[in-house]
Write a protein that binds this ligand. Structure first.
Ligand SMILES: Cc1ncc(COP(=O)(O)O)c(C=O)c1O
Length: 308
């Protein structure tokens, strides 16, 4: 039985087709919103849907909102509970992408943040793999990653995604799968909508939170999985040409999941296939998100609790 899509809007669940904003809305005019991308994975064997890292995502949303003086009238726990309700109202039994948004909602022609009313909304859609997870061909973008002192990089600000869209669009029209962005200092920052790890001499390396990256929730999960796999991790600046010499590269994020990159600017990485460290972390990650790994069960929130 197909049901009509349901959204959370104005403090309640409503049909998605009724969850609309006016063209005078501040966030529509100025990009003054913050958002999250959260995934939920369906596991047919367990008959349940698992929301991945729900609380850390909503905690980041509240931090992003504070940076833009956006009021969110809910706690992290309340937001997680509304998300479970939203999943149930949509009767999802498939992999899902969840999009919460907090934004400046007043109809105001005014460049500023204070004194402008806020709203919160959330919708979700069925979604499978966003980019291939097998072997990406990536390019260094000529678009630099927006710096923290221009638009806060650690906040997921709607307007800042023009920067990501320009780099991703350029990479795709040039025949690549994804774009890697350098910061204003010419060093590696992250990919257009994911964080980046490389392997050199058995060490997993990623850029620091001061490299204008979004402080990824998946990045943190990768740290945890690497620790369990006893893979040493280094957080330090990465030069562009280190990527050309890396043994392995992978991107990680809610949307891209965990995807090995096998070519950078048409140069082959390793033997041209996702390497052993990428594959080991990827296997654990995909078991974790589907609630199949008992030791990682605390990373996921069950929607139906065995009553699907
Ligand atoms: C610019 C950017 N960097 C990194 C990430 C990865 O973050 P997360 O793992 O929290 O999804 C995302 C995706 O949300 C992103 O948009």
């Amino acid at each position: 039985m197909s049901t009509e899509a349901v959204a959370f809007f104005d403090g309640r669940l409503v049909p998605l087709r009724e969850a609309n904003v006016n063209i005078a809305t501040h966030a529509f005019n100025y990009g003054t919103g913050v958002f999250e991308g959260i995934r939920a994975y369906w596991d047919a064997d367990q008959g349940d849907l698992f929301i991945v890292q729900a609380a850390p995502h909503f905690a980041r949303l509240l931090r992003s909102a504070r940076l833009l003086h956006i009021e969110v009238p809910y706690t992290v726990d309340e937001l997680v509970e509304w998300t479970r309700e939203l999943m149930r109202a949509n009767q999802f039994r498939t992999d899902v992408y969840i999009r919460p948004l907090a934004y400046k909602a007043d109809p105001a022609i005014k460049v500023g943040l204070s004194g402008i009313g806020s709203a919160f909304a959330m919708f979700a859609l069925p979604m499978g793999d966003y980019v291939p997870t097998g072997g990406l061909s990536v390019a260094i973008s000529s678009w630099r990653r927006i710096a923290d002192n221009m638009i806060p990089s650690r906040a997921k600000v709607t307007g800042a995604y023009v920067n990501a869209a320009l780099s991703s669009d350029q990479a795709k029209s040039d025949g690549y799968d994804e774009a890697i962005m350098l910061g204003d200092d010419g060093q590696v920052s992250e990919a257009s909508s994911s964080n980046l790890f490389m392997v050199r001499q058995g060490i997993l390396v990623t850029t620091p939170v001061t490299a204008d990256i979004l402080e990824g929730i998946t990045r943190q999960v990768v740290f945890d999985l690497a620790k369990d796999l006893r893979i040493p991790v280094e957080v330090r600046p990465i030069d562009r040409t280190e990527l050309y010499s890396a043994d392995e590269i992978f991107l990680c994020g809610t949307g891209v999941q965990l995807a090995g990159a096998t070519h950078v600017d048409r140069r082959q990485i390793g033997d041209g296939r996702p390497g052993p460290i990428t594959t080991a972390i990827q296997e654990r990650y995909f078991a974790l998100v589907r609630g199949r790994a008992p030791e990682y069960r605390h990373y996921v929130t069950a929607v139906y609790g065995g009553k699907a």
